[in-house]
Design a binder for this molecule. Structure first.
Ligand code: XUL
Ligand code: CO
Length: 438
């Protein structure tokens, strides 16, 4: 098998002073941070769809990057060439995981039986490569948004026939995830929402999504899938409104339908910002509910109102992300670069530069988050801020013993409360700046 990314060798750590575009400046896989090597804190994954399938086509123009990898488009030869390219790429960049949708792997046939046969063939080929390289599957999923049959949703569709096709795709994608030893299985409900409530039975649609998820859990467990199922929240795009709006909404949905033992969340940075939150907000909501499973590590452009899926560059955001991850005691999933190079970055070398940027940004985020925690001033301030709940009436409130009458009597005795203490936001922000740049 011929080398695809010729002229590019394995990417190595050279340190912050390096001017070599094809070297890591901050990601040093073996460097130990808070007792664990960076590579364990940061289980990076490659998204099959962006890195191997997306050539930069957008609504206004054709692809700018040739992702044929020497094969004819829409053939099994091309599917296998993508496997060759993907494994060579992951090995060279030092990534140990990948994520996939079913139809990222093979061209979809008119007959789903033929699509399934193609999927069996390509995953046999992938398994061989996984054995020789040690590269693993982070998660799998079924694309239930691209095919026109999903125009009204998959679990939420008005058509029972289409619902069955969604079930068939999930069944197969779960089998493939188990075959490839995937850690997780993702539901991203791109079309699970509505364009207008005038034609939508929202209650029935949401119940049907839950029914489909229960079916998936039952089947997955019956074939030995031990990993986590994930919901990946997103508020909109492609639909006007998507049911998995944000972390809070998805957690409420999972609890309401008895799915919270089998599901966690896959939080994507650009989806959180589309929901009007910071990335850290949705990570924090997931963490405090014990639901932080995996992360789609990318970033959006706050000047634009859509999902730009950029490689992460914002060190503040990556720092606050890794702060949440460290507070959660790590994640059982990974950090999937659900990101694509910008359309004018069309060379193979640019693909490597993009991953170097993303991995270095998260390495910095990890180092800086660890430094904020080790510095201790932020944590100490937060702890002190709630000190009034440590004894007296505060302790009784926090333990759930206090009654409304007791609290009210306390207020009447005090006549007027003291001010609750300064929030000192500017002081805390300046601590973060000193840790980042000091
Ligand atoms: C779309 C998105 C998806 C999911 C998997 O915005 O993030 O690629 O990650 O379906
Ligand atoms: Co995503």
């Amino acid at each position: 098998m011929a080398e695809i990314f010729t002229g590019i060798s394995s990417i190595r750590y050279e340190g912050p002073e390096s001017k070599n575009a094809l070297a890591f400046k901050f990601y040093d896989a073996d460097r130990v941070v808070m007792g664990k090597p960076m590579s364990e804190h940061l289980p990076f994954a490659m998204a099959w769809w962006h890195n191997l399938c997306n050539g930069g086509k957008d609504m206004f123009g054709d692809p700018t990057t040739d992702k044929s990898f020497g094969a004819e488009a829409n053939t099994m030869a091309h599917a296998k060439a993508k496997v060759d390219a993907g494994f060579e790429f992951m090995q060279k960049v030092g990534i140990r995981y990948f994520c996939f949708h079913d139809i990222d792997l093979v061209p979809e046939a008119d007959d789903i039986n033929e699509t399934n046969r193609r999927l069996d063939e390509v995953t046999d080929y992938m398994l061989e490569k996984m054995k020789t390289t040690g590269i693993q599957c982070l998660w799998g999923t079924a694309n239930m948004f691209g095919n026109p049959r999903y125009m009204n949703g998959a679990g939420s569709t008005n058509s029972a026939e289409v619902f069955c096709f969604a079930a068939a795709q999930i069944k197969k994608a779960l089998e493939l995830t188990v075959k490839l030893g995937g850690r997780g299985y993702v539901f991203w409900g791109g079309r699970e929402g509505y364009e207008t409530l005038l034609n939508t039975d929202m209650k029935f649609e949401q119940e049907n999504i839950a029914r489909l998820m229960h079916m998936a859990v039952n089947y997955g467990r019956s074939i030995g899938f031990k990993g986590d199922f994930y919901i990946e929240p997103k508020p909109k795009e492609p639909m006007k409104h998507q049911y998995d709006y944000d972390a809070s909404t998805a957690i409420g949905f999972l609890r309401a339908h008895g799915l919270d033992k089998d599901f966690k969340l896959n939080i994507e940075a650009n989806h959180a910002t589309l929901a009007g939150h910071t990335f850290q907000h949705d990570l924090c909501v997931s963490r405090i509910n014990g639901m932080l499973g995996s992360i789609d590590a990318n970033q959006g452009d706050l000047l634009l109102g859509w999902d730009t899926d950029e490689f992460p560059f914002d060190v503040y955001d990556a720092t606050m992300c890794m702060y949440e991850v460290l507070k959660a005691g790590g994640i059982s999933g990974g950090l999937n670069f659900d990101a694509k190079t910008r359309r004018p970055s069309y060379t193979y070398e640019n693909m490597f530069e993009a991953f170097i940027l993303g991995m270095d940004t998260y390495a910095l985020g990890l180092l800086k988050a660890a430094a904020i925690i080790e510095d201790g001033r932020v944590d100490e301030f937060v702890k002190d801020r709630y000190a009034s709940y440590q004894d007296g009436i505060g302790a009784r409130i926090a333990s759930g013993e206090a009654t409304l009458e007791e609290c009210a009597a306390n207020a009447l005795k005090l006549k007027a409360p003291k001010l609750p203490g300064s929030g000192k936001q500017e002081y805390l922000e300046s601590i973060v700046n000193s840790v980042l740049f000091g």
